[in-house]
Design a protein around this ligand. Structure first.
Ligand SMILES: [Zn+2]
Length: 177
């Protein structure tokens, strides 16, 4: 499974935008199986739209169906940053998508075990780390918000000190934002 850099960047951007909007940072894209042409891309917007269906996979399916003028998506496949949940798996199955490829496996066990044609994407370890960090920070912030706000600030300061060390500077300047 090969995905070009522009698609990787767009998927990350959509996940990051969801994160910035306080949504779970997940994004999905749909491609035509025949020639790998990108048809639609979307992120999570459940909170923003106050809509239980607002997961990236569902948003992406709706966008693709709107563009193609058909609810049947056989002949198309999905790439999603995180393994789909039960709700999305049902909708993916109903939409007849050929296959779903995902970067990260879900840590939440499936209750329904919907059988869809899906597989984890091999390789892309650095990219997976980036996606995983986004999700981890999101959930940590939700659980330990005051602590992590402080921790993130500390990390910023640490990064500045490291930068100065690399540049061989004797001066230590602490920037507290
Ligand atoms: Zn879902």
């Amino acid at each position: 499974m090969k995905i070009n850099n522009s698609v990787l960047d767009q998927l990350f951007l959509y996940a990051k935008n969801s994160y910035n909007e306080k949504e779970i940072p997940v994004s999905a894209a749909i491609f035509r199986s025949l020639d790998n042409e990108l048809i639609a891309i979307a992120g999570n917007n459940r909170q923003k739209n106050k809509n239980v269906l607002g997961h990236a996979e569902v948003n992406c399916i709706l966008k693709a169906e709107d563009k193609l003028g058909d609810w049947r998506l056989d002949g198309y496949y999905m790439v999603v940053t995180l393994e789909p949940c039960d709700m999305c798996s049902i909708i993916i199955k109903e939409s007849r998508l050929d296959k779903v490829y995902y970067f990260l496996s879900s840590k939440q066990p499936s209750k329904l075990n919907i059988s869809i044609n899906k597989s984890v994407i091999d390789g892309y370890e650095k990219y997976k780390e980036k996606l995983n960090e986004l999700l981890t920070v999101f959930f940590d912030n939700m659980r330990w918000k005051p602590f992590f706000l402080w921790y993130n600030k500390l990390r910023e300061v640490f990064v500045w000190v490291i930068k100065f060390y690399i540049e061989n500077t004797d001066l230590i300047l602490l920037i507290v934002l």
